[in-house]
Design a protein around this ligand. Sequence first.
Ligand code: ZN
Length: 145
Amino acid sequence: MPERQALDLDRYRRQLLDIKSQLEADLANCLEREQLIEGGPEEPGPGQHWEHSGYGDHLADEATEMFEKEKSVGLEMTLRQHLRQVDHALARIEHGTYGTCESCGRPIAKERLDALPEATLCIDCKAQDEREAPMSRRYWPGVSS
Ligand SMILES: [Zn+2]
């Protein structure tokens, strides 16, 4: 085992598993809602929705539905991304690399891990990452609440 700060891995693992089950529950709710909006389990991919014709009378409903659907899909993507991050952190615990920055290899501050157990980048690399690719904010188009 390489030298690194002493971390209570069991505690982080428990926290991550808690987060994971919460995310999975949220994701299940989200998918259920999408199916309700869609009106069935068969769903076309994003962008194919408007190709349905013959619903002219329901255009307003369609627009609302579309908006709700987009919000839900945005949330779903955020949840899935977060879930991947949590799984990734759990895998790093198993591999003994948890708590080390994936980018620069330095230890991630314990305070950061306490606040964000799924973090795999130190605060400096995370800040740099967000400057270069502020993707995470794009999952919330026009949603401020
Ligand atoms: Zn780093």
